[in-house]
Write a protein that binds this ligand. Sequence first.
Ligand code: AMP
Ligand code: ZN
Length: 665
Amino acid sequence: MSNQFDPIKEKIENLKQLLTQWEYQYYVLNSPTVSDFEYDETLKQLIALEKQYPRLVTPDSPTQRVGGKASSKLAKITHQTKMMSLANAFSYNELRKFDNSIKKESGLNEIEYCLEPKIDGLSVSLKYENGFLKTAATRGDGLIGEDITNNARTIKTLPIKIAYKEPIEIRGEVFLTKKNFAKINAQILDKDKKFSNCRNAASGSLRQLDPKITAKRNLSLLVYQIINKNEEDKIKQQSGIIEFLKLLKFKVAHEIKVCLGIEEVINQIEKFNVIKNTLDYPIDGVVIKVNQLDLYKTLGQTSKFPKWAIAYKFAPAIVTTKLKQIIATVGRTGRITYVAKLQPVELDGSIVSAATLHNAQYIVAKDIRVNDWVKVFKAGEIIPKIIGPVVEKRTEKLAKFIPFEKCPICGSKLEKIGDDVDQYCINNDCKARSLQAIIHYVSRDCMNIEGLSIKIIEKLWDHNLLKSITDLYELKNKKQEIINANLHIKDKMFDKLILAIENSKKQNLSNLIFALGIRHVGSVIAKKLAQIYQNMSNLMKVNFEQLMATKDVGETIAKSIVNFFANTNNINLINKLISFGVNMSFLTTSNFEKDSIYYKKCFCITGSFDIPRNEIKMRLEQKYDATVVNSITNSVDYLIANDFSSTKYKKAIANNIKIITEKIW
Ligand code: AMP
Ligand code: ZN
């Protein structure tokens, strides 16, 4: 280890990277991978460290900004007054501290507070002019939000017209009732596609491009704030604002309470804690606001939140258990994912025996060690997470976690690629990788070998009948062996499989390039390469500079392609495929509808239609020279949708991808 190594700096860097990634997933992608609780916990750690080491605070730290960036494709609305977040408290002592600072700043002996449920939805700003709803916007990054006016209008608890003529900006929370959330999730049959929490579902529903769909989701709104109240206005208290909003026929929370002094607030929170699960809307805490509005100016605000309010967050169910083992799993691209094996323990009604640890950096940042007692929690989300080790409970001297150096399956050295936080097994012969590689090769967007399910592939693998991609094309010679192997593959089924495998030889070059599993080469890039180079032998000869000159191909992709074709194993694979008669050329028809807006566009499909998706894919390719991919990425132009609750649909909406519901094929 060099002298320059600074463990604190490293730790801060790790935390910042984690938080930045989570913020991006939460705010920009709309698909959080950690719960608010875990985010808050980690942020607290960072705040504490930065407080202790102020010289290590950098402008890019998540502590230095509000929220994430506004989505780039929705119409933007600039907030006249910043939409702020709220300071958090997790203990009553933090509330007492908050109370003391308010007393000090205001010079008052006792403060009156207004207590409101903290609804777990999305904050919105509603502007009314001449009594009519003019615009509705999401918070976005606090300064610029997204225009969701048309969608907001569909919310039945939102009055389109109010009995107040002056321009007024009202803020509140859009959410789904627990009942509606359950209903929406119940309609989604695929387990993996269900919304992971209520807030997510509300967000996906509000940020639709088609208000008709939003309307079907039955969103709700509760309001709690007026921004530009006239100076001469008679309302002097937050509780008065709530009353006034009620008069304007907005819905406000029933449970709002005015309390004198912080101890009464705490008392009230205790009561709230008892009834919180009986409420029909999702709450993750209580908001405590200074009731006297004229104190707001005196108290002021930080860059992130007002100083006259604080959110008390309820603690999620937490259990402590022993971490027995840290294992690593290997994906198709060789990426390593760490998993914690736990001593089974009951949590929120189910038995938990494993939790995800993401990557080595995550484990190191949290200093989690094998045989540690760890705190495990579930907060809204379905997958359990580890908060961190209980350091006081470390009895023996436990060894610090050291990232695995070797692949758990094949033993070859793991590598980091570029500045990716993940580790990879780069051995092409790795069992885990090659099994995954076969699964990828036969999949729909690749060689599309129908009937060859993951289960069958695994069975064939276990019987040593299918160990590599090239083995696929030799299966036809193993009919008796396969039928005798008791794999539940009968005569007819075997013939069907072989036919599908034989047919796959005619697949287009673009499919084959994608099927080869070249790292960073997705189906869109594969198609581009096929169009440009026309056949495999041209592509194999291409050099780094030529690739770099190709549109949409950056350094990472170019390097990856060059490396792929520099590997003799890959060359052997391609030569073998050629000997089996697999097509190596790009096939085009010249009858494309070149004037269509869909010409050469990239599509994704969700839901089922009157003809199979493969057929739709083929027709789109033939009609528009289109690319059809299986997941929503930046390259997708259109999502053809018939399932409005799928993950693809949600992602498309979040990324402003156009939705098509007509049969354009
Ligand atoms: P957070 O996002 O955890 O920082 O909490 C701040 C958010 O809480 C605000 O932006 C609002 O969206 C939300 N919130 C929910 N209920 C209330 C309430 N009664 N008063 C203020 N903010 C609330
Ligand atoms: Zn390996």
